[in-house]
Design a binder for this molecule. Sequence first.
Ligand code: PEP
Ligand code: MN
Length: 338
Amino acid sequence: MIVIMHPEATLFEIDNVIAEVEGKGWQTHLSQGSGETIIGLQGNGQQIDPFQLGQLPGVRDTMAITQKFKLTSRAFRPEDTSFKIGDVTVGGNQLAVIAGPCSVESREQLLETAHAVKEAGATMLRGGAFKPRTSPYSFQGLGEEGLKLLAEAREATGLPVVTEVMSPTKVALVSVYADVLQIGARNMQNYDLLNAVGQAQRPVLLKRGMSATIEDLLMAAEYILRYGNNQVMLCERGIRTFDTKYTRNTFDVNAIPTLKELTHLPVIADPSHAIGVRRYVNQVTLAGVAAGADGLIIEVHPDPDQAASDGAQSLTPSQFFELMSQVKTMARAVDRVV
Ligand code: PEP
Ligand code: MN
């Protein structure tokens, strides 16, 4: 259930409602937008009569949230969530553009890419230091050395850094260096990890599992928001369908308008993993922007054919530069800026 307070409700009236429901064994979450305050009830407290609650001073309305996801829902927070990562605001009118290599491979590779993507208009830098690879014999990432290089690239370019954390025991280490903790598709339902990043109170990029439904994704985000951490970006990165011969995954463009309606959280499109083929990345990127994505995450490598991971889907810096000019045109068409 949520309790919607009058826009003029006083702090005293808000505290009074919280005390009343917490006294009945419920936990509360506050959503304070520019308009009214909404109090979300969570847990298994004693039964509450919504009519009686509605009579308390300052209460405008009460409403049952019938969806399974509560804190992530639009009912709980009608307006878009936006937050700052360094100087970048995610979830506003400006598209967030995260670009960089799949894996951090070397100082030269990372710095060259970071400068190039910044020049082209990217607003954040990506790069994996801990890599979730299908094969244990594939490159697993540089680990902490890779994190240090990412921090150096942030120093050099000013771009905030997005990097994956694969295990709850590594959240503290990755948080020392990263601005955004990425949860990879393979870990979307690793609940220990979701609890750990929720507690870390850091911005999170939560990627959709390759067989996860929209509701699974929102329920995974719910774990993080439960800790009062609502700095979560949801990422559509392609799902498994039956054709894996010509494309790697299938970009679920449907997920973007659907998520934008169901949740207040920003939605990021990942065309690189979604289609997995370099020459198709531009079209999928533009489709993501047209569908209403709040941002993009795109793999770029100075020499994709030699990349340690995901070279087949990585753009060269000049291809990325060209793509950014197309993105600017598409953004204008949907009232966004880059
Ligand atoms: C990545 O971003 O390089 C990655 C491993 O992505 P995903 O988890 O979506 O496969
Ligand atoms: Mn990758």
